[in-house]
Design a protein around this ligand. Structure first.
Ligand code: GRF
Length: 193
């Protein structure tokens, strides 16, 4: 039985596209049933073009009220897994609790190093030789939940934030589908035959 995934995005959605492609190839036993965003963005445009239902809930203070409106839209699709893939907003504790272990996030650093919104820039500024990406369960902190998978990406001489982030995204396009596969596998012991 295929699982239902709702993906949350704020940007171009290259990771969303990689995840949908992995589902199409049956590497992930799930289907992206909806894409949600906090703004109009490339990810939503791409999903709509693919015929995937989309919704946009523009961010407004207070966060708790906005999160609750977003949760309502997400819950309409009864997802087995909610995937924050380049979603640049912090969700309320009530949203996290409602997802009950079914909410994961993709972050472009080797957590716990470089949490926050400028992870690629911060890794370059720190002068580390290796950074990478992490998929983790979301808890009440910022980029702080239990790690599912990580992938290293070496920093090369002359790297800019753009060049480094492009290589990190290349790694993420494999990492995110693999992490989803693992989480869904763990959720569905009956399928293991
Ligand atoms: C990814 O690098 C993700 O780790 C970060 O935002 C980026 C999203 O890229 N949080 P895209 O929209 O999937 O292309």
């Amino acid at each position: 039985m295929s699982s239902s995934l709702v993906v949350l995005v704020s940007g171009e959605g290259s990771n969303l596209q990689a995840l949908v492609a992995a589902c199409d190839r049956r590497e992930v036993s799930g289907e992206v049933v909806a894409v949600g965003a906090d703004r109009d963005c490339g990810g939503v445009v791409w999903a709509a073009g693919r015929g995937i239902p989309t919704f946009v809930v523009p961010f407004r203070s207070p966060r708790a009220k906005w999160s609750s409106a977003l949760l309502e839209r997400v819950s309409n699709f009864h997802p087995d897994l909610v995937v924050s893939a380049g979603f640049m907003r912090i969700l309320s504790p009530a949203f996290v609790d409602a997802c009950d272990g079914r909410l994961i996030n993709l972050h472009p650093s080797l957590l716990p190093s470089f949490p926050g919104p400028h992870a690629v820039r911060d890794a370059l500024a720190a002068g580390v030789a290796v950074t990478g990406s992490t998929v983790h369960f979301v808890d009440h902190g910022v980029d702080s939940g239990p790690v599912i998978l990580q992938r290293e990406v070496p920093i090369e001489p002359g790297d800019t934030e753009e060049s480094l982030h492009a290589r990190i995204k290349g790694a993420e396009h494999e990492l995110l589908p693999e992490a989803c596969r693992l989480v869904l596998f763990r959720q569905s012991p009956a399928q293991r035959g």
